[in-house]
Design a protein around this ligand. Structure first.
Ligand code: SAM
Ligand code: SF4
Length: 334
């Protein structure tokens, strides 16, 4: 049952909470961060207990799906304590799914524990299968480690989906090979357009590759069949006839997906963003800390949801050099 607190002014039910448990990361992907990032002071972060209380308040109101993200969620100290404590909501049936989005660097270490605590599916971000290019894109990442992590997750029985940001002239011509690799390993594959979030060292116009263009090019190699498959996210899926696997497209720029938006995003400092592409936010940390009961927190959540905007207005072109919103993707999570 979704409580009326989680129904927005456009009648959309908010049933999905994404939580950025840290803004820190062990990679510095070129489209996501500048190399010298200023991270939040540790003292500003919600403790693991506070993160648990926040998530539990949303679950009590009817949130059914929870995704931990970041920054890199698996670099947050003590993260398995949080995963373990949140898993009680899976056991009780209050939560349908506990999942995460990760760069995979720490997966080999945590895969078995994640599976043990009820994590059944995860998204791993891999933009290229070329080790040198991987280093170029992530600046600090190591492809071999990520691939080991993916194997460990699969061996632990976790279903892996691969996400890749489509980057003009970087992984553009590798996409058919990535599709074949993912599908041969029983992994779905989703392509994402670069979104104008936060200042990076370069110019996003140079990175932006419209997925409409990618899709048209893929038709030379593959037969793409539209399918109604939905994961509760913004991706639109096709089945690739030649491989039998699923391919998703997340196209915030070429196709606006806001009309079916069912999610809100919580940062590691307790700020709730009602839309990835807008600056409006609500400070839930204050309400959380003001009282031991959840009444103030629930009022603050309801007030925030009543301000959920209809949609974003991302634009990337040479006339719009500034990011649509100042914060980086690592603040609100992907
Ligand atoms: N560190 C984890 C990871 O990379 O999977 C989780 C956080 S990361 C911010 C989540 C997703 O957002 C990743 O798939 C990443 O590629 C994507 N991402 C980051 N910055 C982006 C941007 N400006 N536009 C589009 N996708 C972006
Ligand atoms: Fe880190 Fe993920 Fe951003 Fe890459 S995309 S820098 S892995 S948060």
């Amino acid at each position: 049952m979704i409580s009326p607190l989680l129904i927005d002014p456009f009648g959309r039910h908010v049933s999905y909470l994404r939580v950025s448990v840290t803004d820190r990361c062990d990679f510095r992907c070129v489209y996501c961060m500048a190399e010298n990032m200023n991270f939040l002071p540790r003292a500003d972060l919600l403790t693991l207990e506070e993160l648990d209380r926040m998530c539990s308040a949303f679950i009590a109101q009817g949130v059914k799906k929870l995704r931990l993200t970041g920054g890199e969620p698996l670099v947050r100290k003590g993260i398995m304590t949080l995963v373990e404590s949140l898993s009680r909501h899976l056991k009780s049936g209050a939560l349908d799914e506990l999942t995460l989005t990760t760069n995979g660097s720490q997966l080999a270490k945590y895969a078995i524990d994640l599976a043990k605590h009820g994590v059944k599916r995860i998204n791993v971000s891999v933009d290229t299968l070329d080790a040198a290019k991987f280093k170029q894109i992530t600046r600090w990442g190591e492809l071999a480690k990520v691939l080991d992590g993916i194997k460990a997750a699969q061996a632990a029985g976790i279903h892996v989906k691969i996400n890749a940001v489509a980057l003009k002239g970087v992984n553009e011509f590798e996409i058919p090979d990535m599709i074949r690799w993912c599908h041969s390993q029983n992994m779905d594959f989703t392509l994402i357009e670069t979104m104008p979030l936060g200042d990076i060292d370069g110019d996003r116009t140079d990175q932006y590759l419209p997925l409409s263009q990618v899709r048209a090019a893929l038709m030379d190699n593959f037969t793409l069949e539209d399918i109604p498959y939905k994961t509760g996210g913004p991706a639109r899926y096709v089945r690739v006839k030649e491989t039998g696997g699923k391919l998703g497209f997340i196209t915030p720029l070429t196709h606006n997906f806001c009309e079916s938006c069912n999610r809100v995003r919580l940062t590691c400092t307790g700020t709730l963003y009602m839309c990835l592409g807008q600056d409006d936010a609500a400070d839930l940390r204050h309400a959380l800390r003001a009282s031991e009961s959840d009444d103030l927190l629930n009022t603050a959540i309801a007030e925030a949801i009543s301000r959920k905007p209809k949609g974003h207005d991302f634009i990337i072109d040479r006339n719009h050099q500034k990011p649509a919103v100042a914060r980086h993707m690592s603040v609100t999570g992907g």
